[in-house]
Design a protein around this ligand. Structure first.
Ligand code: PEP
Length: 271
């Protein structure tokens, strides 16, 4: 994680195209008991040495503390899957950003479409959560994405523009994940041309709003697997991937890491 993504000012950061490492973030969702979680994290830790990308695991909150211990001293970082906008208080069942930070997280996924759909999360709620995350020293990964109907109606750019405008606070310096809703957990991915077009669109929107947007990492998410990662991660402006299902399989997750554009040992074998 860069200081810029945590919301602090840091000089010398390149853009994705000029040297920023790609970021592969695994979203375990509501999966993982202690034993299985430790086994996956241990295998990821073992395989992470020498990877040319940044790796983040976002387990259920119950596993943050044990996984922080299991991953201590490794380059693999941890993230939460959501946080409340308040620092503490009477919010039964919720988790505050400082709690995630205290448990060992450095990142937090916000505005995932499953939370927008199942918990009615609005863009203004996402906006407030981003502020809370940054205040706690967490780097936010803010998810945006259109439904299949919105894409069919040609409204995808308008939808994403609205989510960026209302969900991101002024000066946002975190990570954006473009996740077409219809590609999440379905085995379907957006075409490479559509990914390129949408990432360019998001880049332009971010850069127009603030200087940090020109260097923000923009991830693609939606059925990224070992088999398709290499092509997706080679698309211009793709700064990494947010991975759901495949992140529960250490070998698949690591293979996605090895598909990163900067992985020279893999590229040397690409002929
Ligand atoms: C996700 O949940 O953010 C996601 C991209 O899931 P999957 O990789 O399973 O489509």
């Amino acid at each position: 994680m860069t200081g810029r993504e945590r919301g602090t000012v840091q000089t010398g950061q390149g853009t994705g195209e000029s040297g920023m490492r790609q970021l592969i973030a695994g979203n375990w969702k509501m999966n993982g008991l202690a034993g299985a979680g430790a086994a996956i994290a241990g295998a990821v830790r073992q395989g992470a040495a020498g990877l040319a990308c940044d790796l983040v695991i976002c387990p259920p909150a119950t596993l943050l503390i044990p996984l922080a211990q299991a991953l201590a001293g490794s380059p693999v970082e941890l993230g939460g899957q959501d946080c409340h906008a308040a620092q503490s208080g009477a919010h039964t069942g919720d988790i505050a950003a400082p709690m995630l930070r205290d448990a060992g997280a450095r990142w937090v996924i916000l505005g995932h479409s499953e939370r927008r759909a199942a918990h009615g999360e609005s863009d203004s709620a996402v906006h407030a959560k981003v502020l809370a995350a940054v205040a706690a020293g967490l780097a936010p990964i803010v998810c945006v994405g259109e439904s299949e109907a919105e894409r069919a109606a040609g409204r995808h750019e308008a939808v994403i523009a609205g989510q960026l405008a209302a969900g991101l606070p002024e000066g946002f310096a975190g990570v954006v994940a473009y996740e077409p809703i219809w590609a999440i957990g379905t085995g379907r991915t957006a075409s490479l041309a559509d990914i390129a077009a949408m990432h360019a669109f998001i880049r332009a929107r971010l850069a127009a709003r603030h200087a940090a947007g020109a260097a923000a990492r923009i991830l693609y998410g939606g059925s990224v697997k070992a088999e398709n990662a290499r092509d997706i991660l080679a698309v211009p402006e793709v700064g990494g991937a947010l991975v759901g299902g495949a992140s529960l399989d250490a070998a698949a997750f690591l293979a996605i890491g090895h598909a990163c554009a900067q992985d020279t040992c893999i590229q040397a074998n690409r002929g």
